[in-house]
Design a protein around this ligand. Structure first.
Ligand code: DAH
Length: 358
């Protein structure tokens, strides 16, 4: 058999082998076997020396043609394989852009935060500032400067969470406080922010202070061991109980509706004199009496009063020159009244089925 025929057969075999190579590895194997240094074509070329010199140019040309043909077959096959692989990948990764998307769950403000902002808005609208104080407070700011006597029951460890307790009463006077000696507690009321504000600002003061407070109560439908209050304080020349009443009537109607009536009942707070509690007419029965208002027609929502002169003096403000009023409201309670919530604990759970309603 002539070398030329061997070359022809090599090309035929190469064509079949390349066409049937199923993977890139098999194709590489074929390339090495056909064109490699120890491959078939090289083997045939080695035999050139054994043929007549006049045949060599023709055989050489044919060998080059075969090599070129095999190389281009290999090239085409590898391109084809890559296209197939690409096609598979695209099919596997295909997305149906017409399918409805997965909507990310977007949260919103907690009901309590919403109400706090609303209260801030009402008071900012009449020129108040928003102040804040720390949740870990000194017993001086939380009680003493607010005119609570040393034996006031709310100071006891049964009504207050103490963080640092230096035997109550032993260090809690203004001079000791000035030296940083005071018991530390989780504030039981936001009223301490009144003290902080009066110590750091001069009148006129018109401020509200929302914040979290803590009491050792067991959670039940109407009590939480931690809840939120909004404190208010006004100190200026010539402030009277009439200012208190006008301001809080405005606040109550802004929060509960223009048709609501208010009622001021005498009460006692150490830091105000006189003091009162403020009721709003029941939104369910409009004052007729129903089970929601325990048949009184009224619902209590605020504590308030004229700032006790002792409190002004404790903060270096002359009660002969200035007077003021203060108030405090429970935010969870306002939420419960507005939305008729039967159990305050729902506000603490983080249960989205409940919270998403607001
Ligand atoms: N601090 C009171 C409480 O926690 C609420 C309060 C009542 C605040 C009367 C005041 C006020 O500023 O004047 O029950």
């Amino acid at each position: 058999m002539s070398l030329i025929e061997d070359l022809e057969q090599l090309e035929v075999r190469a064509r079949e082998r390349i066409a049937s190579a199923a993977t890139q590895d098999k194709l590489e194997e074929a390339r090495v076997a056909l064109l490699g240094r120890k491959g078939e074509l090289t083997g045939l070329m080695r035999m050139m020396g054994k043929i007549a010199p006049e045949e060599r140019p023709q055989v050489g040309r044919r060998a080059n043609e075969v090599r070129a043909a095999v190389e281009s077959l290999l090239g085409e096959r590898i391109d084809e394989m890559r296209r197939e692989a690409q096609k598979h990948r695209l099919a596997a990764e295909a997305i149906d852009v017409t399918l409805p998307g997965v909507r990310p769950l977007i949260g919103h403000q907690h009901l309590i935060s919403q109400i706090i902002e609303e209260i801030e808005d009402v008071f900012c609208g009449i020129g108040y500032t928003v102040e804040s104080g720390p949740q870990v407070e000194t017993s001086y700011n939380n009680f003493t400067a607010l005119n609570a006597p040393m034996d006031h029951p709310s100071r006891s460890a049964r009504d207050t969470f103490y963080v640092v307790d230096n035997a109550p009463g032993t260090v809690d006077h203004p001079e000791a406080h000035a030296h940083g000696e005071s018991d530390l507690l989780l504030r039981t009321q936001t009223s301490g922010v009144q003290i902080r504000t009066m110590l750091s600002q001069r009148p006129p003061i018109y401020m509200v202070a929302p914040g979290r407070v803590f009491r050792p109560d067991t959670a039940d439908a109407s009590h939480l061991p931690q809840f939120n209050q909004v404190e208010g304080l006004v100190v200026d020349h010539g402030i009277t109980f009439g200012d208190l009443k006008g301001t809080l009537d405005h606040f109550v109607r802004a929060m509960f509706g223009e048709d609501r009536r208010t009622r001021y009942r005498p009460h006692f707070f150490p830091f105000t004199e006189p003091s009162c509690e403020i009721d709003v007419s029941c939104g369910v029965c409009h004052g007729e009496g129903c089970s929601f208002c325990k048949h009184s027609g009224w619902i209590e929502i605020l504590g308030a009063g004229m700032v006790d002169p002792n409190v002004l003096v404790n903060c270096g403000i002359d009660p002969e020159e200035y007077s003021g009023f203060a108030f405090g409201a429970g935010v969870e309670r306002i939420a419960a009244l507005r939305y008729d919530l039967p159990d305050l604990r729902a506000l603490m759970t983080g249960d989205m089925r409940f919270l998403a309603q607001f």
